[in-house]
Design a protein around this ligand. Structure first.
Ligand SMILES: *Cc1c(COP(=O)(O)O)cnc(C)c1O
Length: 368
């Protein structure tokens, strides 16, 4: 790789292929693979990611909101797209762009039936979401009769799948809770299948569910973070390859004397003679203030340099007192060696958050 000459997020499509095939190798041949590409494919760029996965033969996509699905359709993505959290105000455009809604309560079910009927739809594919313990979105088991009563009044929609979401699939201390979620899901699915008279697809696993609960793969798995190279555990991280690397350069080096301060509000005060480097990336690019004041770090010439003082909007400063380096040298925030999950941990957050935070201003560079 040529060295970075500005702030860039390198996106390694070869790593994406590797992760896709690795995760798929854990499934039975007839289990379908849904790739979660919400939030710009976890910061990586939804369109490029979806195009690449479509070429690899992914079965389904999911996004959180209708707007995200519209972008994929505009850019020519043909694979079915499940919208996990649509709002009724967007149902008309959802149907016009062949997106498929998750229907998670009576209000959205009724609103969707009414829009589908107005547009003279027949058997429009929908996905019914059940809550089995996350307590975020979803019908309850005892809503099945209500759902059936609504389905029986219309030919406009057809249940393509029934699904739920695990609350703690990555945490093996919560194995009992997760197994209970899986068994309530089974009983809901059986109940609704009997009443529908046909078999909708069933799915409950996210990445850690796929890895830790092979007995719960059902007809499809919904995989996000694993595709981008993180398995929520050290064992699985070894098998996956991070897709995104965040790199920048040193804009300027400052020499500072004891008691001089660095940055806004004079938050860092030098305890002796030292050197600082200013890096052209700030909280507007996704490195939040939480990483400042010694918590987060960057890597320069294979050595860690702590982020000092307050992170600014467009830049941040690091302590390079003990590092051999010069202006223009490459700075690594995360890559396949220095993992985004470790940098995230330095600020008590998770890979999901640091990846999805990298803003539009950061140039994306695709490599294969
Ligand atoms: C985001 C999301 C996923 C993907 O989860 P990962 O842990 O990233 O694999 C799956 N299902 C639902 C409902 C989600 O919201």
């Amino acid at each position: 790789m040529p060295k970075a000459q500005e702030t860039v997020l390198e996106i390694n499509l070869g790593a994406l292929s590797h992760n896709f095939y690795y995760l798929k190798s854990k499934l039975n041949l007839d289990t379908k693979f849904l790739a979660v590409v919400k939030a710009f494919a976890y910061g990586n760029d939804a369109v490029t990611t979806a195009k690449h996965l479509e070429e690899l033969g992914v079965d389904y996509f999911a996004v959180a909101y209708v707007k995200e699905g519209l972008l994929l359709r505009e850019k020519g993505i043909k694979t079915p797209i499940l919208v996990l959290h649509p709002q009724p105000v967007n149902f008309k455009s959802l149907i016009e762009h062949c997106l498929e809604p998750s229907l998670y309560n009576a209000k959205v079910l009724n609103a969707f039936i009414s829009v589908a009927e107005k547009q003279a739809q027949k058997d429009y594919p929908v996905h019914i979401k059940f809550n089995t313990g996350l307590n975020r979105l979803g019908f309850w088991e005892n809503d099945v009769d209500y759902i059936m009563s609504k389905l029986n009044t219309t030919k406009s929609i057809k249940v393509k799948s029934v699904f739920s979401h695990l609350a703690a699939s990555e945490d093996l201390n919560e194995e009992l809770f997760t197994k209970n979620q899986i068994s309530s899901f089974k009983s809901i699915a059986e109940n609704i299948e009997n009443k529908l008279g046909y078999k909708p697809w069933l799915h409950i696993c996210n990445t850690s569910g796929l890895i830790n609960y092979p007995e719960a793969h059902f007809d499809m798995v919904r995989c996000g973070i694993g595709l981008y190279g993180f398995g929520n555990s050290a064992e699985e991280d070894i098998n996956l390859r991070p897709v995104a690397s965040l790199k920048s350069i040193i804009s300027q080096i400052h020499k500072i004397e004891k008691d001089e301060t660095v940055g806004y509000n004079r938050a860092y005060k030098a305890s002796g003679f030292g050197k600082t480097a200013t890096i052209p990336i700030g909280h507007a690019d996704g490195i939040g203030r939480i990483y400042g004041n010694g918590k987060g770090y960057v890597v320069i010439n294979n050595q860690k340099a702590p982020i000092i003082g307050n992170v600014c909007m467009d830049m941040l400063m690091v302590d390079i007192s003990n590092i051999e380096c010069k202006e223009g040298d490459e700075v690594i925030f995360f890559d396949s060696n220095y993992k985004a999950s470790d940098l995230a941990e330095s600020a008590h957050t998770i890979s999901y958050e640091i990846l999805t935070a990298i803003s539009n201003r950061v140039k994306r560079l695709y490599i294969n």
